[in-house]
Design a binder for this molecule. Structure first.
Ligand SMILES: [Ca+2]
Length: 351
């Protein structure tokens, strides 16, 4: 068994080297036509070959090569390809674009596992682009909830620290933890640890990602100011700092206030500082980290003064209720505040 695989593999490599015989390519059943036997496994490789400077443009007819297996495939009209029956292992892979003289070759490395479909979307640089010297990638470490997204920012840098403008690297996710778009938006689809690697030219840079089970929102602070309002009433500024891997819609952050007589009010919130709020990737109105705030207009104290002219204070209590995109809910502890009365009673004389 081993012997015949090895022999078939050698034959195929020879044939591929000689003339790219059809039986070795296509990415369909291993050992396809021509009686050629290729190394067999149950791993699959899929993806798209596209222009690094125009990510929507698939490169039809691109040739995808999995080094050391003798296996090749040809991209369809949209640049898509699928290779099945590959042996597990780590491979150098590349996409050549013979039909597109303005584009070159994209290279990456993938780890294929039996029974697993691995995706590599090849971003092919223009043929006249400078040779990449480094890739800047942010964030390099991330922890997110299941189903949350990370929008990776990247810059491909050529010689003399000159950024190659408006090009995406080739993105590869390892560890089976998620998917990534051509533009670098990662979605965590499975709990675990893995990596996102960006490739351009002969350069690669790796970011580590931990995908956690979905958790409820974290309310890292909840504050009211002031907590003592004069009898004539006034504004209370209320702010909550919140983070959540799934992301939170602003409409799902509500301040609940219980006033005199246990009257309940709900107040909507808004982003306190848009400059520092972290938005969910590609989802308007969704935030993974932000401070949300509102202002409560405390009315004047309307308690009836006693015949002695003493008006009792009015007591309020507030907390924030946060619901994330997966429906998990967190509430802060209550904070009390008071609308003072007029003519408060004199302090108790010392004994
Ligand atoms: Ca969550």
């Amino acid at each position: 068994m081993q012997k015949s695989f090895a022999l078939g593999w050698v034959i195929c490599v020879v044939l591929v080297t000689a003339a790219l015989i059809a039986g070795c390519g296509g990415g369909e059943a291993p050992g396809g036509g021509g009686g050629t036997i290729l190394p067999v496994g149950t791993a699959s490789l899929t993806g798209v070959v596209f222009a690094a400077d125009a990510v929507a443009s698939g490169l039809f007819g691109a040739e995808i090569i999995v080094s050391g297996t003798g296996r090749t495939a040809v991209a369809d009209a949209n640049g898509g390809f699928l290779m099945q029956g590959l042996p597990a292992g780590e491979y150098a892979v590349e996409a050549q674009t013979p039909n597109h003289p303005d584009y070159g070759t994209a290279r990456a490395r993938v780890t294929l596992a039996d029974g697993v479909v691995t995706t590599v979307n090849f971003a092919v640089l223009p043929a006249d682009a400078p040779e990449p010297a480094q890739i800047l990638l942010d964030p390099d470490v991330a922890i997110i909830d299941l189903n949350a997204k990370i929008a990776y920012r990247s810059q491909v840098v050529g010689p003399n620290n000159a950024v190659i403008a408006d090009v995406e690297p080739t993105w590869v996710v390892a560890g089976g933890i998620g998917t990534i778009t051509r533009a670098g938006v990662f979605t965590g689809t499975s709990v675990g640890n893995g990596t996102v690697t960006a490739f351009a030219g002969g350069i690669q840079v790796v970011a580590t990602v931990q995908v956690d089970p979905p958790g409820p929102p974290n309310i890292s602070s909840f504050q009211l100011n002031p907590r003592s309002i004069p009898a004539s009433g006034g504004d209370v500024y209320i702010a909550a700092a919140i983070d959540d891997g799934d992301g939170i819609d602003v409409a799902d952050v509500v301040v609940e206030i219980f006033g005199p007589g246990n009257q309940q009010q709900l107040l909507g919130t808004s982003i306190a500082d848009p400059a520092t709020a972290e938005q969910c990737a590609g989802q308007a109105g969704c935030y993974t980290r932000a401070t949300l705030a509102t202002t409560f207009n405390a009315p004047a104290n309307d308690n009836q003064p006693t015949t002695g002219g003493i008006q009792a204070p009015e007591n309020y209590s507030a907390h924030v209720i946060v619901t994330d995109r997966s429906g998990a809910k967190s509430t802060s502890a209550f904070i009390d505040f008071v609308v003072e009365g007029i003519d408060p009673p004199p302090p108790t004389p010392p004994l």
